[in-house]
Write a protein that binds this ligand. Structure first.
Ligand SMILES: *Cc1c(COP(=O)(O)O)cnc(C)c1O
Length: 426
């Protein structure tokens, strides 16, 4: 198949070198997938998952056996007291917002410990009382603690920031689309212990997006009170068509549920229409699918490094999420990278992505996303803002083969720009 590429011989060679290099890393990822698969199967067995649970409710959705059992399975896998996994949570942002509004009350303060949160949360937090219904609009105060040297938690600043009003401290596990490291479960465990020392009254929240199933534990198993994420990322296993989850201590999950629906109804209602079958099967597949995406990210890092690009994390570095950052260095190379990935997509491969303005972003953004589920980033996708140092954030891949082909095609597009020399180092 390399013959169909313009620079196939060079690319094939680099693919081989990269694959040989990463073999031990892929093996480790496979071992974690085995462990997590076991954990998921144990939870299915313990909760006696049966054919009847795969069907869904209608109307109010009271006493939905499938949903209740699924949420119990999910909570077990995540080491949480309780979980809400719902199709009426429309995205990760919605799940996170329900947690914040569920816990915080006027006069309380929220502190983000890991620097500036993910873009979509800026308007949830709000910058002034503008009637939009943001947290600020409800008189909830907000502070964030910028990472020291862009890397580490600044405990001194946190200590000074904490006050009796500090009700909630938030941690973002994944880098998301920021140029900073992601935080491992071990680091999160240490953070939570320190937060408890400095601010014992705080509810500790973790934005767990992109982290699920990457390590052998989730933040709820190492002390987080509340976590949230999206089902069209890792835990939906590429099967869930939409939805989000909230998990943690029963009290706080109930509060988030009251906010999500209405006080008095809380977590008790909510029809699951046709979703339950996909949710069960998606959770069953998630350990494997996340491992495929991770293997793909490791391959991409090694392959792109072979071609002279800087990548974060490096192929041999430990990972806690599925995001791969690639420093392309010029706008042309960033666009070529995304166009190459798009051309290897199962859907819309014939479409050429071009940079365009996006609401909420200062610079134009270029995106590759030929996915079965709109916006699903557990499927192979890549994007980046058109600003220096021209970083592409790539993630996902339902199969390792797909990511490999995506990278080969991306490299073909890159070499076509003439900006890197594909005759060197063969
Ligand atoms: C994806 C993501 C979110 C939520 O995004 P949605 O697109 O609303 O699902 C929040 N935080 C982080 C770190 C993310 O990666």
């Amino acid at each position: 198949m390399f013959e169909t590429l313009k620079h196939g011989a060079w690319i094939e060679k680099k693919v081989q070198t990269a694959e040989e290099k990463i073999e031990p890393v892929l093996k480790k990822i496979g071992q974690n997938a085995d462990f997590m698969q076991w954990k998921v199967l144990e939870a299915f067995r313990e909760m006696k998952v049966s054919e009847i649970h795969l069907h869904s409710s209608t109307g109010y959705g009271y006493d939905d056996l499938g949903r209740e059992t699924f949420e119990a399975v999910f909570a077990r896998v995540f080491g949480a007291e309780k979980a809400l996994v719902r199709p009426n949570i429309i995205s990760g942002t919605h799940a996170i917002a329900a947690c914040l509004y569920g816990v915080l009350r006027p006069g309380d303060e929220l502190i983000y410990l890991t620097g500036r949160p993910y873009d979509t949360l800026h308007q949830v937090i709000g910058s002034y009382q503008d009637g939009s219904g943001s947290l600020r609009d409800y008189g909830i105060e907000y502070r964030e603690i910028p990472l020291a040297e862009g890397q580490r938690i600044d405990w001194d600043t946190f200590r000074e920031a904490v006050s009796p009003k500090t009700k909630m401290v938030a941690i973002q596990r994944s880098r998301g689309y920021a140029d900073r490291p992601s935080f491992s479960i071990r680091e999160i465990e240490t953070m939570i212990r320190k937060i408890r020392e400095i601010c014992p009254q705080a509810v500790v929240f973790v934005d767990n997006c992109y982290g699920e199933f990457v390590e052998s534990k989730e933040p709820t198993a190492v002390g987080a009170d509340l976590i949230a994420g999206s089902l069209i990322k890792n835990p939906g296993g590429g099967i869930a068509k939409s939805g989000g989850y909230i998990a943690g201590a029963e009290k706080w999950v109930e509060r988030a549920g009251s906010r999500l629906v209405a006080p008095g109804i809380g977590t008790e209602g909510g029809a699951t229409h046709g979703y339950m079958h996909d949710y069960y099967q998606g959770l069953f597949l998630a350990p494997h699918v996340v491992a495929e995406a991770l293997k793909g990210a490791v391959f991409a890092a090694a392959f792109l490094e072979e071609a002279g690009f800087q990548t974060t994390p490096g192929w041999e570095e430990p990972r806690t999420d599925i995001i791969q950052q690639v420093y392309l260095g010029t706008p042309e190379l960033l666009v070529a990278f995304c166009q190459g990935i798009q051309s290897a997509s199962p859907v819309d491969a014939h479409i050429l992505p071009v940079p365009s303005p996006m609401p909420g972003y200062e610079d134009e953004v270029v995106m590759a996303a030929g996915t079965f589920v709109q916006g699903a980033s557990i499927e192979l996708s890549a994007d980046g803002p058109l600003r220096a140092p021209y970083i592409a954030y790539m993630q996902g891949g339902l199969t390792y083969s797909h990511v490999k082909i995506g990278m080969a095609k991306a490299m073909d597009f890159i070499l076509e720009t003439g900006q890197i020399d594909g005759t060197l180092q063969v």
